[in-house]
Design a protein around this ligand. Sequence first.
Ligand SMILES: Cc1ncc(COP(=O)(O)O)c(C=O)c1O
Length: 395
Amino acid sequence: MTSRSDPLAYLAAELDALTAAGLRRTLRIVEGRQQAFATIDGQTVVNLSSNNYLGLTTHPRLIERALDAIREYGAGSGSVRTIAGTMSLHMELERRLAAFKGTEAAVVFQSGFTANAGTVQSILTKDDVVVSDELNHASIIDGCRLSRATIKVFPHKDVDAARRILEDLPSGQRTLVITDGVFSMDGDLGALPALAGLAEDHGAIMMVDDAHASGVFGRNGRGTVDHFGLHGRIDIQVGTLSKAIGALGGYVAGSHSLIEFLHHRARPFLFSTSHPPSVAATCIAALDVLEQEPEIIERLWANTKFFKAGLTSLGFNTGGSESPITPVIAGPGELAMRLSDRLFAEGVFAQGIAYPTVAKDRARVRTIVTATHTQDQLEFALDAFKKVGRKLGLI
Ligand SMILES: Cc1ncc(COP(=O)(O)O)c(C=O)c1O
């Protein structure tokens, strides 16, 4: 046999380029539970990097319901939803989500990513147009690309630019206007009320990805549609079950016909196995907690205000965040990674985020406080930011 040169050798070269640029990362390993004070890579740290906004990953009610569901229904669902993988718990969760979001119906996907990508891809064709905020999540961008619709991107939250795009379209053009409810890297809110008005004026479909808003904004965490009082004016609401809800999955809430259409055409729904029953049970328990323990959301916001004010008064550039996601913008990618590494050495885990996730000159560490951080932990983290920020000349 002739020796064959490695056809994937170029990947190693790409990785070497990342090393040279100071951007090569190894995966950090969470040992034990995902929680506010966690053991990561063998070190106990204040964890400011999870999306576990309400601390529900370790809430006893969620854990008990998951265990009960495993005992009663088994470990897996065994099939895609459209064949034999729709269990009574999946249906119960969808009824609960529709009621939570105030819509006629809801459908659960394997993840928030597949909910966005599968929905956009299935409802649009190459003859349609998407009007999309430039900072929308990757899953929206991929859904747009898969749909083969024409993608028209407007600068972040620039409603006038979105209006000009819509005005230039031929009348009767089927169009989707789409925005994140909370932008995941900057923590600011999408221009929902203005975009919903534009969509109405132009007969466009309005869709919101509320991955980081569900469980955080609105009454009992109903999300940005509730926060802005836009019920009945947003055609498609996406949420995740993987962040504040503490488990795994995504969902779409909307009209009966939207949801039934997705049952027939959304490719992740059709071609990928449904959640184990324990995941559905965990999410139902989380919805119970949102209804019955709203003080957890109040604690999240108290912690958010305290920590944000601390970072700002230290003099960090925290952008325009309005949510528990607070970026600390360093600028160059290599500096953001150094900030993250030094914070970790001081006992604080705040992941560095660089291009292509954010613009090349806007690399940052992203912090997310949760309801379960204590005052002492947040003060400890602020002290570490102060020490490292000064050393690196950021403040
Ligand atoms: C804005 C936004 N939408 C969608 C997703 C995808 O959600 P999930 O992690 O449940 O796939 C994410 C999370 O990574 C996100 O930040």
